[in-house]
Design a protein around this ligand. Structure first.
Ligand code: BG6
Length: 467
C-alpha cells in the first residue's frame, strides 16, 4: 500500500521536487533489484491509472539502505545516508514489528534524528491491551512528542469515512435527527471473505476484537456518535471522539453472553474454495475469535436507548463495509404497516455510496401502494472530477490521504494517544469478560453468515442485521 500510495501522490503533483524516499531494512539489496521490487509493488496495485513517466520520476526519489536495528550505530549510519539533517524535514514511517518501535526511536533520538519538525508514523498493532499499548506509546513519546506522533488507522483515510464528517456537520438536514429520539439503532458491519492467510501468526494472538474492533470499528463509532466539534482542527475533533470512547458502557462478565457474539470459522467454502477451518489452518486448537458482534451502548444524553451493533468477521460470504442508520418508525401511521422506517445506508466497500430510503407512493391507482425507495446520495466516483476539475477522480488508496496529511503535518485524521487508551480500556473489559464467561468461540462454517449467536444478539432486541 505504501509504495503505490507514494507513487500516486507523485503522479498527482503532491510531492515536492526535492522529496526523497529512503527505505531502511535489515536486508541488503542491490539498487536495481530494489527499484524493481518497488516498481512491482506499484504496478501490482495500480495499473490503468499509472501514467507514462510516473514510475521514472518516482523511482529517482527512492534509495535503500540496509541497517539492523540491533546495531548501536543504526542512527549514525542512517544520518550518514540522509546527509545534512539540519536542512531536512523528515517523516519516518515505522512499518515494523512493534518490538522494534522502542529501539528504533532510541536510535533516532540518540542520533538527533527525532528533533522537531521531524515526525513519526506508527501503525497497529500498537499493543494488545492497555498496558502493552502504554509501553509502546511511552517509548515513542520519549523521542517524539504527541503532536509529532501520527498513529495510522487506515479507515480514517477512506473517502467515505472522511465524508461522514461532511455529511453530519456540513448539512442541516441530518443533525437534528441524529440522536436517540429519531434513530432506533445503528449497525456497523465490516465483513471480509478472506481468512487469516499468511497473517495467522500475528492474528492468533489478537483475534477480531483487537484486530478490527479496537481500531477501525470504534473509530467509525466515534465519527457517528461524536458531538459537533467547535472547529475542524485536530484537537477539537479528537476531543469529541475521545468523549465517545469514554462513554461506552463497560461490558461485564454477567452480560457478555447476551451482548456479544464470538465466532471462529470452521471448514466450509469461501471465495469459491474449500476452506479447512481456522484450527486446521493453524494446526492446533485455538480460542481466537475470527468473528465478533457487539451490542455497544454510548451512555450519554444523545444516545441513551440507541444501541450501536458492531460486527466483523473473516471467511464470510461477502466483502462489505457498511453503516446502517435505522430511523424510528413514524409515531402514528395512517398507512398501517405499509409505512416503514427510513434508513440511511453508508457503504464503504465494495463500492462507496450513500443511500437514504424514503417511503413514497408507488405510481398507479392502488389505494395503499406505498414503497420504500432508495435515494442515491451517492459518492460514486464515476461522475466525480478531481479538485482541478480536469480528470475523473480515481478511487484513492486510504494511505494516500494519510501520508499526504503526515507530510503536511496535519494530524486530524490520526489517532491521539488518549483515544487509543480509551478504546483499549473498553476492549480490555470485553476480553476479561470473555475470559471469565465466554472462553470458547462458537464455530461457523466458512462462507456462512457468522455464528448463530450473532443473529440471536439482534433477535433478542426484535431487530435483524441488514443482510
Ligand atoms: C486490517 C486488519 O487493519 O484491516 C486486517 O489487520 C483486515 O485483518 C484489514 O483484513 C481490512 O481492511 P480493509 O481496508 O480491506 O477493510
Amino acid at each position: 500500500m505504501l509504495w503505490p500510495s507514494l507513487a500516486m501522490l507523485d503522479q498527482d503533483g503532491f510531492l515536492s521536487d526535492d522529496l526523497r524516499v529512503v527505505s531502511v531494512a535489515r536486508e541488503a539489496v542491490a539498487k536495481t533489484e530494489f527499484l524493481g521490487r518497488v516498481q512491482g509493488a506499484i504496478e501490482k496495485r495500480i495499473n490503468k491509472d499509472l501514467e507514462d513517466g510516473t514510475l521514472d520520476r518516482f523511482l529517482k526519489r527512492v534509495s535503500h539502505v540496509a541497517l539492523d536495528a540491533s546495531d548501536p550505530e543504526w542512527g549514525n549510519k542512517l544520518k550518514a545516508e540522509l546527509g545534512d539533517i539540519d536542512t531536512l524535514d523528515i517523516v519516518y514511517f515505522l512499518s515494523v514489528s512493534p518490538t522494534l518501535f522502542k529501539p528504533i526511536c532510541e536510535h533516532l533520538e540518540t542520533a538527533g534524528l527525532s528533533r522537531a519538525p521531524n515526525r513519526v508514523i506508527i501503525e497497529k498493532p500498537l499493543g494488545r491491551d492497555l498496558a502493552s499499548s502504554k509501553v509502546i506509546n511511552d517509548s515513542v513519546a520519549h523521542a517524539f512528542e504527541e503532536t509529532r506522533t501520527f498513529r495510522i488507522d487506515h479507515y480514517l483515510g477512506k473517502e467515505t469515512v472522511q465524508n461522514l464528517l461532511a455529511l453530519r456537520f456540513a448539512n442541516t438536514v441530518f443533525e437534528p435527527l441524529w440522536n436517540a429520539q429519531s434513530i432506533d439503532h445503528v449497525q456497523v458491519t465490516v465483513s471480509e471473505t478472506v481468512g487469516t492467510g499468511d497473517r495467522l501468526g500475528y492474528y492468533d494472538d489478537y483475534g477480531a476484537l483487537r484486530d478490527m474492533v479496537q481500531n477501525h470499528l470504534l473509530q467509525l463509532v466515534c465519527l457517528l456518535a461524536m458531538e459537533p466539534p467547535s472547529n475542524f482542527n485536530s484537537d477539537a475533533l479528537r476531543d469529541e471522539k475521545v468523549k465517545v470512547l469514554r462513554s461506552l458502557k463497560p461490558i461485564t462478565a454477567d452480560v457478555v453472553k447476551e451482548v456479544t457474539a464470538r465466532g471462529q470459522y470452521g471448514a466450509g467454502f469461501a471465495e469459491g474454495h474449500q476452506v479447512a477451518g481456522y484450527e486446521a489452518e493453524k494446526g492446533s486448537p485455538s480460542n481466537t475469535e475470527t468473528y465478533v458482534a457487539i451490542k455497544a451502548e454510548v451512555a450519554n444524553w444523545r444516545w441513551s436507548g440507541t444501541p450501536f451493533y458492531l460486527r466483523t468477521g473473516k471467511a464470510l460470504p461477502s466483502r462489505t463495509t457498511e453503516i446502517v442508520i435505522q430511523f424510528r418508525a413514524v409515531p402514528h401511521s395512517i398507512f398501517g404497516a405499509a409505512a416503514q422506517p427510513n434508513r440511511l445506508v453508508i457503504r464503504l466497500q465494495p463500492d462507496e455510496d450513500i443511500k437514504l430510503t424514503v417511503m413514497n407512493k408507488a405510481p398507479g391507482l392502488s389505494a395503499d401502494g406505498m414503497q420504500l425507495q432508495p435515494l442515491d446520495l451517492s459518492l460514486s466516483l464515476t461522475n466525480a472530477f478531481d479538485s482541478n476539475g480536469d480528470k475523473p477522480s480515481r478511487r484513492r488508496i486510504a494511505y494516500e490521504r494519510l501520508i499526504l496529511d503526515a507530510l503536511n503535518g496535519n494530524n486530524a485524521a490520526f489517532v491521539r494517544r488518549d483515544e487509543v487508551e480509551a478504546a483499549w480500556t473498553w476492549i480490555d473489559g470485553i476480553s476479561a469478560a470473555w475470559a471469565e464467561a465466554y472462553p470458547k468461540p462458537q464455530l461457523y462454517p466458512a462462507g456462512s453468515n457468522g455464528p448463530i449467536s450473532a443473529h440471536m444478539l439482534l433477535e433478542r432486541d426484535k431487530r435483524v442485521w441488514n443482510d
